[in-house]
Design a protein around this ligand. Structure first.
Ligand code: AKG
Length: 276
């Protein structure tokens, strides 16, 4: 290949940095779900994992960004992930971007190529179906969906819906991990290949973006534009589960390199496929 894929250079740089530091720490990753730590099991928010001296709520309020219900069942929780959690997720995503199925620009059936780069875990999404193997990439089976991610998804629902039991029946089994360089966009679409109406949990790290959240009938207005920044959680379930949504713009240079992502934006959407 003569030209590196846009954004891939950055992921390559991150890989080398990571290699110097050593492999992704599973112990650290487990902390994301909170359940393996004393007092962390399914607690409301699992805030014990946050860095000393930092209150996520205080930081969000300082920035004038607080919990917002964008539609019925659609909730934006700014600054939900702590800096340590963001670093762990970047590290885990970097590992998944290497393989067994490498991150790539998805090819669409009509010949187009998505500007976003994607790698999947649990199930591989290929337009427009889920499979265990990445038949449009290298034929390999995708990485397992880890238990700590299930716990993270459950905690996200508890916090977003402010209901201690909201995550009880939630067992996400796939995640699409999207990497956006400064030019990448995602058109308005519905997440509808899942045979389940369980909520989608979306986590953002790195550069901020405009996230457009619309309605269930049409790709066009009415919609709401929200800025998703590093650490933000967005959940859409209930009557909003099949709302059209997209990312029309990324703001380059707005992320904090302390997350481990020196450029671009990572987005992780956890879903329940309803497949066996
Ligand atoms: O990047 C985002 O915030 C949204 C991702 C998304 O819509 C998707 O993966 O279907």
């Amino acid at each position: 290949m003569s030209t590196p894929l846009p954004g891939f250079e950055d992921i390559g740089r991150l890989r080398r940095t990571d290699a110097r530091r050593g492999a992704h720490s599973l112990d650290g990753a487990r902390e994301l779900g909170g359940a393996d730590r004393p007092g962390g099991a399914g607690g409301l928010g699992g805030r014990e994992g946050r860095e000393p001296g930092r209150s996520a709520a205080a930081a969000a309020e300082l920035a004038g960004r607080t919990r917002r219900e964008v539609g019925p069942g659609a909730v934006h929780l700014p600054h939900w992930l702590s800096p340590a959690e963001q670093r762990e997720l970047v590290s885990a995503c970097r590992d998944w971007a290497r393989g067994p199925v490498p991150i790539r620009h998805t090819r669409l059936p009509r010949g187009g190529v998505m500007s976003v780069q994607t790698v999947c875990i649990g199930w591989h999404w290929q337009p427009y179906a889920y499979r265990r193997t990445a038949d449009d990439v290298n034929g390999a089976r995708v990485a397992e969906f880890p238990d700590w991610m299930v716990r993270l998804g459950r905690r996200a629902l508890v916090d977003a819906y402010q209901d201690a039991s909201a995550g009880d029946d939630y067992t996400p089994d796939t995640a699409l991990i999207n990497f956006y360089d400064s030019a990448a966009k995602l058109g308005m679409h519905q997440d509808r290949e899942e045979r389940s109406s369980a909520p989608v949990v979306s986590l953002s790290i790195g550069d901020s973006c405009v996230f457009r959240f619309g309605n269930t009938e049409t790709r066009t207005r009415p919609y709401t534009d929200i800025e998703l920044a590093s650490g933000d959680l967005f959940v859409f379930g209930g009557p909003s589960r099949f709302a059209y949504h997209g990312v029309p713009k990324v703001y380059p240079g707005t992320g904090d390199p302390a997350t481990g992502l020196t450029a671009g934006r990572l987005n992780i959407t956890m879903r329940v496929t309803g497949l066996t």
